[in-house]
Design a protein around this ligand. Structure first.
Ligand code: FES
Length: 76
């Protein structure tokens, strides 16, 4: 789902009711996105864990990289 392995681009809006999931560390050195509203969780690729109320993965928009440090969202 990512064009570069160390950069994740997604719409920062939970697919349940639209709150903003927050990046947090997990034991063992990984991470996840936790939605503060109703505790849905998404992995670092934006895939939803089935335990929460969010019905689908985070939305990954069309995007491209313009050079080494710029992301253009909405263009392929
Ligand atoms: Fe994210 Fe409800 S809005 S879990």
């Amino acid at each position: 789902r990512s064009l570069l392995p160390d950069v994740f681009v997604a719409i920062g809006q939970c697919t349940h009711q639209g709150c903003t999931p927050q990046l947090r560390s997990t034991p063992g050195g990984g991470g996840e996105f936790l939605c503060p509203c109703h505790t849905s969780k998404f992995d670092l690729a934006g895939r939803v864990f089935r335990a929460g109320p969010a019905p689908t993965n985070l939305v990954v928009p069309v995007y491209r990289f313009d050079g080494d440090s710029r992301v253009v969202v909405g263009e392929a």
